[in-house]
Write a protein that binds this ligand. Structure first.
Ligand SMILES: Cc1cc2nc3c(=O)[nH]c(=O)nc-3n(C[C@H](O)[C@H](O)[C@H](O)COP(=O)(O)OP(=O)(O)OC[C@H]3O[C@@H](n4cnc5c(N)ncnc54)[C@H](O)[C@@H]3O)c2cc1C
Length: 380
């Protein structure tokens, strides 16, 4: 790592007296926050531009192991049930994991691939190191983690969404005596045997979990809007069109919105089988939550033991709050070639945000962000 600058912070000793705790602030040019697909792609491209790993840039990640958020995904999410995990630039997934074994858990396979990737390209990933806050100091950024503090000229933020599950507010949520959980906390359907489960949400995860849980117990499926299934397969053109819509939104400073809300859900054999089993009888949202279930708009009640909120995630950006890049409604004006650059401050890029919130999007965006930021800072 580059030169050191000293900084002092007041701390209490065991005796309670005030002492000066002199800590090093480690200096670099670019800090990448997050080592998922977006962070690793960015790091690969920074290295490819000739920026010295560990000196010119480094990567900070809060998780104990390689794998980004994939290491936390539920066990039944396998290589056959994910949409598709795209290869990171420069190394194929199949070089590390036999993709023919489609029943391999995504939470095992992807971390293995990322670990091999970090090793092969000698990427300077420091973990576990949680970035608590980023603020501006003397025309540089001060990146405070739960251990060291870093000083940097540019930031590539790639912290994904996993840390920020979203559950909408419904009256009575505090009253419910059963169990409420989010997709993020789901492990296996078996824990719900004998219980009635209300699954909320119309995305791919909601449908996968509904399918699994309904095989072992009774379920009710509710969504805010009528789910949009599509009869035709999802083509690369559809993907590009969906990304273009989200990109247009972030360029206008709007909250990105989910790609599924734009693309609809293609019928898969598993979904068709669920429809045959009568599982996909979607109901509109309940009006409130009661002690032992939910109440529909017509005043009738549905008893339930569990409410499973498959209601998505938000971008995990709280640590950037002092930089004030967000508009009042939560949107961020983005620009640059692939809309990774924060319009208010070209020293900050967000990769894995908005149009690049997919494995393929994160790959491309990492390249664009690395080049634009390095160029802006005069490093290339
Ligand atoms: C259930 C599920 C299934 C999905 N399936 C697919 C699929 O099949 N195909 C596809 O293309 N996309 C899929 N996606 C989306 C995809 O996972 C991501 O868009 C993609 O992997 C990009 O990841 P990322 O690097 O942005 O985020 P992540 O993989 O979440 O990585 C973020 C990293 O940042 C670190 N981090 C977070 N906060 C901090 C902090 N404060 N300090 C330090 N480090 C921090 C985390 O530890 C993590 O390692 C899926 C998403 C979900 C939720």
């Amino acid at each position: 790592m580059a030169t050191e600058e000293s900084a002092s912070a007041a701390s209490k000793t065991d005796e309670g007296t005030e002492s000066r705790d002199v800590r090093a602030v480690l200096k670099t040019d670019i800090v990448v926050i997050g080592a998922g697909q977006a962070g690793l792609s960015s790091a690969y491209h920074l290295r490819g531009l000739g920026i010295a790993p560990g000196k010119g840039f480094l990567v900070l990640d809060k998780s104990p192991d390689s794998g980004g958020a994939w290491q936390y995904r539920w066990p039944s999410l396998t290589l056959s049930t994910v949409n598709r995990v795209h290869d990171l630039p420069g190394m194929q997934f199949a070089d590390v994991v036999d993709a023919g074994h489609t029943e391999v858990k995504a939470s095992v396979a992807v971390p293995r691939y990322f670990a091999a990737y970090e090793e092969k390209f000698e990427l300077p990933v420091y973990r576990p190191l949680r970035v608590k806050v980023v603020c501006e100091r003397n025309e540089r950024f001060r990146v405070e983690t739960d251990r060291e503090t870093f000083s940097t000229r540019g930031i590539i933020n790639a912290t994904g969404t996993w840390e920020t599950p979203y559950i909408p507010n419904y009256p009575g949520a505090d009253r419910f005596k059963g169990r409420q959980l989010h997709t993020r906390d789901y492990r296996t359907a078996d824990e719900f045997v004998g219980q009635h489960v209300i699954v909320v949400g119309s995305g791919i995860s909601a449908l996968q979990l509904l399918d699994e849980i309904s095989r072992v117990t009774s379920t009710t499926w509710v969504t805010r809007r009528e789910p949009q299934f599509r009869d035709t397969p999802f083509t690369p053109e559809d993907g590009r069109a969906a990304v273009a819509i989200v990109e247009d939104r972030v360029r206008r400073g709007l909250v990105p919105g989910s790609v599924v809300s734009v693309t609809g859900i293609p019928w898969t054999p598993a979904l068709e089988a669920a429809r045959e089993r009568g599982i996909l009888n979607r109901l509109p949202m309940f009006s409130e939550i009661t002690e032992d279930g939910v109440r529909w708009a017509d005043g009738t009640d549905q008893k339930a033991d569990v409410i499973l909120w498959c209601t998505g995630f938000r971008s995990s950006l709280d640590h950037l709050a002092p930089l004030q890049i967000r508009e009042d409604d939560g949107g961020i004006f983005m620009d640059g070639r692939l809309a990774t650059r924060v319009a208010k401050d070209p020293r900050i890029h967000l990769v894995g945000y908005g149009p690049s919130a997919s494995t393929i999007g994160a790959n491309r965006a990492g390249g664009a962000a690395a080049r634009e930021l390095a160029s802006h800072l005069g490093l290339i």
